[in-house]
Design a protein around this ligand. Structure first.
Ligand SMILES: Cc1cc2nc3c(=O)[nH]c(=O)nc-3n(C[C@H](O)[C@H](O)[C@H](O)COP(=O)(O)OP(=O)(O)OC[C@H]3O[C@@H](n4cnc5c(N)ncnc54)[C@H](O)[C@@H]3O)c2cc1C
Ligand code: SF4
Length: 566
């Protein structure tokens, strides 16, 4: 055992540790921080190559038995452990965006809508990764592996909301751009009913039994039927099978080089606390030869800023926090009180259309009964952000109340929202980026936080609003906007990427093209933070493919020399 670290009672929970390797003196070869897309790929590929792997995950482990039935079960939906909320869905509020992200064993895959799209090839020609590899030749292979491992197939379960999207697109003249999304969902064969259980359909019998999708629309509340291909049923399941140890509810608070070697050449000490405990936080320390940061774009930025500032990893590039992108998103929608069909039926994101070369819209839904988000939607309001738009919104609500008092109240209150509302997620492939800094905000000078800086991301996309109006006309409903977008001019996004981007040197980014952190040895980042361009599509497939590529450069355990550096 490594004698350089804390007292035995503080650092080891013997029951959960692997057998010690006296020769190597490290608790693990690799510690992976975070179990989302990048983390699960890393854990699986490293364990498969014979490394002793630990995965530290801040969130809880979820099963069909403990997932919430609806979004009213706030305690099991939202992640705010200090307030007693221990769910899997987190919201972070910044000046430039409200960022939604997952927090669970399996990372964002527990709450994500399972849309898995490859971006257009042109993304490899913009941003700081341009020219650092032959991306266009290399990436198709890794997208192929990622798609197979995530069980990607074209969505066959179209609900009423999807058919309405097609009709609205036809009416607007771009019906030909309608597509069914590629999703990571185990769907029944054509003409077969859902909810049928089969032995592992994806990994040649190595994976768990799975049940086919019923099209309940509940993907973003966590699939309670085992039909969504979440990471805990795929990559992470296989990683554990190969010996990786997952430590749930374990938050990494420090990573520092061991043995006086500032560059990590002698390994690292990783300190953790129990993330769901308020008082007894059970501090523990582990040693390892190599670290993979996979805590998501926000999570990795936040952790690295803290570690840079407290002197644990002072040489992290000053580019940390630069080139953060949000996919230029806007959320709009349509609500039709008393509509004859249940608009929550289908998969969470079943289809999409392109309304112009740069802009596409996907139809998104929550499952019946999950109405809590209804508090955030309001009557659609056009116009440039600012006080005038707020005034216009108040006028719209007032006029609507005068004209149709009953209908207006029905549309503004949340009960029935999920059955009656279709969210239209508008994404633009136009580049725009912000910066994250580690600062004391003026309203709370007692500690530092991530604070966003830069040009505002647009919350008003006129063409998207026009489309929402067309969509609402089809059902006789109301076009809707998100309230925070109108009141605070802050868009919501589930697709935060960048902040530790791939680049040629630490002058332009944080990792090299093999995801090795500049100035450190055996330290990698594999998550959304490395993405160096606006993808214009949902990012999880790209994060998975990039992690597959990064792991392909790491040799089998027997051949590793432990001096891997950018
Ligand atoms: C509601 C919703 C719907 C979405 N739908 C889609 C979709 O349909 N398609 C798509 O492509 N993307 C979707 N996304 C986005 C997708 O979830 C993310 O892009 C993806 O999960 C990012 O992968 P990642 O590997 O970067 O990190 P994540 O998957 O976010 O995983 C990071 C993990 O690290 C953990 N962590 C953070 N800090 C620490 C720490 N200090 N110690 C230990 N653990 C830590 C977190 O708890 C988290 O579990 C959606 C997101 C949300 C919120
Ligand atoms: S639609 Fe329902 S059954 Fe199908 S994957 Fe989503 S949550 Fe699971």
């Amino acid at each position: 055992m490594n004698g350089t670290i804390a007292e035995p009672e503080e650092r080891r929970d013997e029951a959960s540790m692997p057998p010690r390797d006296n020769q190597l003196n490290f608790d693990f070869d690799f510690i992976v921080i975070g179990s989302g897309f990048g983390g699960s790929v890393s854990a699986h590929r490293l364990a498969e190559k014979g490394y002793r792997v630990a995965v530290m995950e801040m969130g809880r482990r979820w099963t069909p038995d403990n997932l919430p039935h609806t979004s009213w079960s706030i305690r099991r939906w939202i992640w705010r452990p200090n307030l007693g909320l221990r769910g899997f869905f987190n919201l972070r509020f910044f000046k430039h965006a409200t960022i939604f992200h997952g927090c669970a064993v399996g990372g964002g895959s527990i709450t994500y809508a399972s849309t898995l799209l490859a971006p257009p090839e042109k993304v490899w020609e913009s941003g700081s990764w341009t020219g650092l590899a032959d991306w266009k030749t290399e990436m198709p292979r890794h997208y192929g592996t990622a798609s197979r491992m995530l069980g990607v197939m074209e969505n066959r379960i179209l609900g009423p909301a999807d058919r309405l999207l097609k009709q609205a697109a036809d009416d607007a003249g771009f019906g030909h751009t309608f597509y069914c999304t590629n999703v990571g969902i185990f769907q029944p064969a054509e003409g077969q009913p859902g909810n049928q259980t089969f032995p592992d359909p994806f990994f040649g019998g190595e994976g768990p039994a799975r049940t086919t999708c019923m099209g309940c629309g509940g993907c973003m509340m966590g699939c309670r039927y085992g039909a969504k291909n979440t990471l805990d049923l795929g990559y992470l399941y296989l990683a554990e099978k190969h010996g990786a140890q997952v430590f749930p509810e374990t938050r990494v608070v420090n990573v520092k080089p061991l043995g006086g070697m500032g560059d990590g050449g002698a390994g690292y000490e990783v300190s953790t606390i129990k993330s769901t405990a308020f008082i007894r936080r059970q501090p523990r320390r582990f040693t390892c030869r190599a670290v993979v940061f996979s805590a998501s774009s926000l999570g990795t930025m936040e952790l690295l800023f803290k570690l840079k500032e407290k002197g644990s990893l002072p040489a992290i590039s000053g580019q940390l926090g630069q080139h953060v992108r949000t996919n230029s998103e806007s959320l709009i929608g349509a609500r039709t009180p008393g509509y004859s069909q249940d608009l929550s039926q289908g998969v969470a994101i079943g289809c999409g259309v392109y309304i112009d070369e740069h802009t596409h819209i996907e139809a998104v839904r929550y499952p019946s009964g999950s109405d809590a988000m209804g508090f955030l939607t309001t009557i659609l309001t056009n116009g440039r952000p600012g006080p005038r738009r707020i005034g216009l919104w108040l006028k719209n609500v007032f006029v609507s109340l005068l004209r149709h008092p009953f209908k207006t109240v029905r549309v503004l209150q949340p009960v029935g929202w999920a059955r009656e509302f279709v969210c239209l997620l508008c994404m633009q492939a136009l580049d725009g980026e912000i910066e994250m800094r580690w600062q004391r905000p003026w309203f709370w000078p007692f500690r530092k936080f991530l604070v966003s800086r830069g040009k505002k991301v647009p919350t008003y996309i006129p063409k998207a609003n026009e489309f929402a109006q067309k969509y609402a006309q089809l059902t006789g409903g109301y076009p809707m906007s998100m309230l925070p977008e109108i009141l605070f001019d802050v868009p919501g996004t589930a697709h935060c990427i960048g902040g530790c981007v791939i680049a040629d040197s630490s002058t332009h980014g944080v990792v090299d093209s093999r995801h090795r952190v500049f100035h450190y040895k055996n330290m990698y980042i594999c998550d959304g933070s490395v993405v160096a361009a606006n993808l214009g599509v949902n990012p999880s497939l790209t994060i998975t493919a990039l992690a597959e590529r990064a792991m392909s450069f790491i040799p089998p355990a027997m051949e590793k020399e432990w001096n891997d550096a950018a």
